[in-house]
Design a protein. Structure first.
Length: 382
């Protein structure tokens, strides 16, 4: 049986974060990637506020610019941020997995060069994994890296690259061996985006400006000291990345917040909601709390250094399907109640719409539900 009680330190941290958000983020904020450039600026300056207080990378060791806090504080931070429409913008990727993976697999020189700017909120990374013929089947990737004096020349195409047009760096997978080698012969490169031969183009979507992109590489150069880990052995690193990434977003926290907000936002109209819809609302709340406990189990394993990719996959299936269940319940609540045109009702309606749009992609990004279920199934016959 799972149980959890929060320490006083973690509760205090939540208060501090909420008060920082109240001071720095307007209540209407619905994420960094809207059509209004001011939202991106809000996210960037908020990251620096967190960075100055060592709250951005709070679970990182102090030597790398982190706060030296525990994993549970980091979990509370993730929850508070996601519940309030991720005011760190694209930074969450650097903090949640790019930095930790560089810590684990990088050289001392790479630690010194790449980690402090992430911890200070000064740099944005994107993830160059998926290609037109390599999404679920990532080992089919074809982007190539050819040896040249002093480094590597990259040619190929990536797709669905979140934040590519605003990122300064790309955590890039490219093939240093033959395509037939599949998982062998893939190498991780830390590639500077602002250089000749890198062309990032937007892919329009309902996820807002800057979100999805395709990136073309034509003789882009990466020096030897920007190879992460051993040449040809990138798959071990990828396994780490995916496990970190799958537990990275506390989706249940936003679900719980929006569900709890509904009766208050609907006011008198709540009484007119049909009983069947109220039952779905209550069930969704239960599922949100179950997902929270699953997340805590994964975090507990991660803290003890024994994160099993199957646990991360099970959690991911639970939390992404929760996101979609909650999106539908909230949309139906908004639709049934003919939300009023007072300020609070409009804020709620916008937040529900934003959640609905993001939830549609949840079961695809970071590995589809079908692939997560296969990971789980394979772990059962091990
Ligand atoms: C919002 C969002 C953000 C993203 N951000 C990034 C990013 O920053 N960087 C990046 O590299 N990628 C990113 N992606 C890409 C994402 O990782 C891929 O979309 C995902 O891995 C699926 O790959 P695909 O789109 O090529 O679909 P496919 O792999 O072609 O899958 C299509 C369908 O077939 C099913 N399928 C495929 N193979 C199997 C199988 N063996 N068994 C059963 N069913 C199967 C899938 O489940 C899916 O339903 C993002 C995607 C989204 C939606």
């Amino acid at each position: 049986m799972l149980s959890y009680s929060e320490s006083a330190e973690v509760t205090d941290l939540r208060k501090t974060l909420r008060s920082l958000m109240r001071e720095s983020i307007p209540p209407e904020f619905l994420g960094a990637f809207t059509d209004d450039p001011a939202d991106l600026e809000i996210a960037e300056s908020f990251c620096q506020v967190l960075g100055r207080q060592r709250l951005l990378a709070m679970a990182w060791p102090q030597e790398f610019g982190g706060g030296g806090a525990g994993t549970w504080e980091q979990t509370a931070l993730r929850e508070e941020m996601w519940a309030h429409h991720e005011p760190r913008g694209a930074q969450y990727m650097g903090i949640n997995w790019v930095g930790p993976v560089i810590m684990r697999h990088g050289t001392t020189a790479q630690h010194e060069r790449f980690l402090p700017p992430i911890a200070a909120g000064e740099v944005i990374w994107c993830q160059g994994f998926s290609e037109p013929g390599a999404g679920s089947d990532l080992p089919a990737l074809r982007t190539s890296a050819k040896r040249v004096p002093g480094g590597w020349m990259i040619n190929g195409q990536k797709i669905w690259t979140s934040y590519a047009r605003m990122a300064q760096w790309c955590f890039l997978l490219a093939r240093t061996g033959s395509v037939d080698d599949r998982k062998e012969g893939i190498t991780v490169f830390l590639l500077k985006m602002d250089q000749p031969g890198v062309d990032a183009r937007p892919v329009p979507s309902m996820l807002g400006n800057h979100h999805l992109n395709e990136v073309y590489f034509t003789d882009a150069f990466v020096p030897d000291d920007q190879v992460l880990g051993e040449v040809g052995e990138g798959w071990t690193i990828i396994t780490d990345v995916l496990a970190f990434e799958r537990v990275g977003i506390a989706r249940y926290a936003r679900c719980e917040r929006l569900l709890s907000w509904a009766p208050q936002a609907l006011g008198d109209r709540w009484a007119d909601i049909p009983a069947s819809l109220r039952v779905r609302w209550a069930m969704a709340l239960v599922h949100a709390r179950q997902s929270r406990l699953m997340a805590y189990k994964v975090v507990d394993h991660q803290e003890r250094g024994g994160l099993d990719p199957a646990d991360a996959a099970a959690y991911r299936v639970a939390v992404t399907t929760l996101d979609q269940e909650v999106a539908e319940v909230l949309m139906d609540l908004v639709g049934q109640s003919a939300v009023g045109d007072d300020h609070q009702s409009r804020r709620f309606e916008h937040a529900v719409e934003d959640h609905w749009r993001y939830a549609q992609a949840a079961t695809v990004s970071s590995g589809t539900t079908e692939m997560q279920k296969q990971l789980l199934a394979r772990s059962l016959v091990r």
